[in-house]
Design a binder for this molecule. Sequence first.
Ligand SMILES: *[C@@H]1O[C@H](CO)[C@@H](O)[C@H](O)[C@H]1NC(C)=O
Ligand SMILES: *[C@@H]1O[C@H](CO)[C@@H](O)[C@H](O)[C@H]1NC(C)=O
Ligand SMILES: *[C@@H]1O[C@H](CO)[C@@H](O)[C@H](O)[C@H]1NC(C)=O
Ligand SMILES: *[C@@H]1O[C@H](CO)[C@@H](O)[C@H](O)[C@H]1NC(C)=O
Ligand SMILES: *[C@@H]1O[C@H](CO)[C@@H](O)[C@H](O)[C@H]1NC(C)=O
Ligand SMILES: *[C@@H]1O[C@H](CO)[C@@H](O)[C@H](O)[C@H]1NC(C)=O
Length: 526
Amino acid sequence: MTRFSAILPFALGSLALASQDAFQSKCNQFAKKIDLPNVKVNFAEYVQAGTNLSLPDNAPSCGASSQSVSVDLCRVAMAVSTSNSSEITLEAWFPREYKGRFLSTGNGGLSGCIQYYDLAYTAQLGFATVGANNGHNGTSGEPFYKHPEVIEDFAYRSIHTGVVVGKELTKKFYDNGYDKSYYLGCSTGGRQGWKSVQKYPNDFDGVVAGAPAINFIGLLSWSAHFYPITGPPSSKTYLTAAEWNIAHEEIIRQCDAIDGAKDGIIEDTDMCHPILETLICKSNAKSKANCLSPEQVNTVQQILSPVYGINGTLIYPRMQPGSEILAQPIMYNGVPFEYSKDWWRYVVYNDPTYSGANWTVKDAAAAFAQNPYDIQTWNADISPFQKAGGKVLHYHGMQDQLISSEDSKWYYSRVAQEMDMAPSELDEFYRFFTISGMGHCGGGDGAYGIGQGTRTYAGSDPKDNVLMAMVKWVEEGVAPDYVRGAKFSNGPGSTIEYHRKHCKYPRHNVYKGPGNYTDENAWQCV
Ligand SMILES: *[C@@H]1O[C@H](CO)[C@@H](O)[C@H](O)[C@H]1NC(C)=O
Ligand SMILES: *[C@@H]1O[C@H](CO)[C@@H](O)[C@H](O)[C@H]1NC(C)=O
Ligand SMILES: *[C@@H]1O[C@H](CO)[C@@H](O)[C@H](O)[C@H]1NC(C)=O
Ligand SMILES: *[C@@H]1O[C@H](CO)[C@@H](O)[C@H](O)[C@H]1NC(C)=O
Ligand SMILES: *[C@@H]1O[C@H](CO)[C@@H](O)[C@H](O)[C@H]1NC(C)=O
Ligand SMILES: *[C@@H]1O[C@H](CO)[C@@H](O)[C@H](O)[C@H]1NC(C)=O
């Protein structure tokens, strides 16, 4: 007995060391074994848990020169050509503690940036994971200028190429390959997830697509139209941040309690149609600190209205009410929206001097007519994906300041109509969840901790994590009926103040009591 216990620790120690060496040497040998068309391996390197990885090649505008890695993994970096004048930069991360699942991450904005934080997050959850730069480097749209191949990569080709190569590498790296394949992305990443569902129905078994930039031309038109409404800071139609706070408080005053709880959060923005004239200053008002001018009220009104095109058709729905404070610094800040400006500059008009200041719906029509490589991502017939057995979990924050959640509702309704299916039938393969109190892919006033990334992480249990909920749906056939979110007391990773179960659309949350609104069981999806 004594001998046995004395020997055991030593035996375990050398065993762990031996297995580490095997994984490590497999990683170090791996680059030599890769022989795939169009793929040039830059390096394969072993990364130990706890490493703060330095990323000197990442474009400065991507704003990520390092990434901490919490599990042992093999990192493979490649260039993959997509045509004779374009290429993607691709990374594949293979964790030691592998769960037999392949995953692709996505991108954001008009970038151009490998989302290393998503690679680290999904590798930590045991996925063999890939991330690409979407065909160009950095956040600007300038690389699109007179370079259609780069636009094509951005529209659909980067993700699909990364998936094709990534799956081959996963089969080469792990003896047992992979069983199921997943996608996780938000914003442009959400659009890329939907593009895969629409165009490559066999790429993934499960797609988690958040706040998608679908109806892409409509979206860029909508974000282009804010500046012509507000004008520059000197104009009468402009509101300062403080004035937007006034508008926000009035909107919350009128709409907060509709769901039964005064918690500062609008559960169902569909029911919020604020009367904004209440904001107009009385003619004898001594102070204008709590009211607005008629021109400013008109600005708020227009921003909370849909945009229609030259022929009167809907281009994009309204900004959902409740997002005013989050949206002000980026959408209503008195300068043309950067991504929209870049799109007309470098794609629609090929005119680097185009400023976006005088944008009108005529410009929208020009962009719609162009729709390069069907970047719209608006096809509502997803029956090939359904037939292939795929599942898609779509979510959208109800306080999203960059992409209106109402566009997601519109898409859901288009799919239902196009496929002639009631929500209970769509539930078999497509579920949409509205996340109250969530900004753009995270942040916000409510329970946005749903586990779509590190900044919304509140545990890996499927009930607290949209990605693991998708895994359970695909692998066990147990579909999520709600998405449980955590409200952090002080930002991501801080203690959890309360949970809320976010409803599956078209249901919405109503506070029934008897507990406090912080009690998740005091709410009901109706
Ligand atoms: C990683 O290194 C960078 C640059 O050296 C540093 O700024 C960052 O704080 C480090 N991150 C962690 C988690 O230690
Ligand atoms: C590049 O590809 C295009 C389209 O496939 C082709 O027309 C062109 O000749 C090719 N150019 C070169 C230099 O190979
Ligand atoms: C992107 O940056 C990487 C790393 O510096 C470089 O190897 C690659 O060629 C760049 N890609 C493009 C399309 O410029
Ligand atoms: C374009 O917008 C600028 C800035 O708002 C304005 O000064 C100018 O008059 C506009 N030009 C036209 C042709 O409307
Ligand atoms: C109306 O405009 C939209 C967007 O520009 C376009 O897609 C649509 O085909 C137009 N419809 C008609 C009837 O012209
Ligand atoms: C509910 O909880 C919040 C936060 O803890 C607290 O501020 C509020 O007073 C509570 N409301 C009731 C009715 O107990």
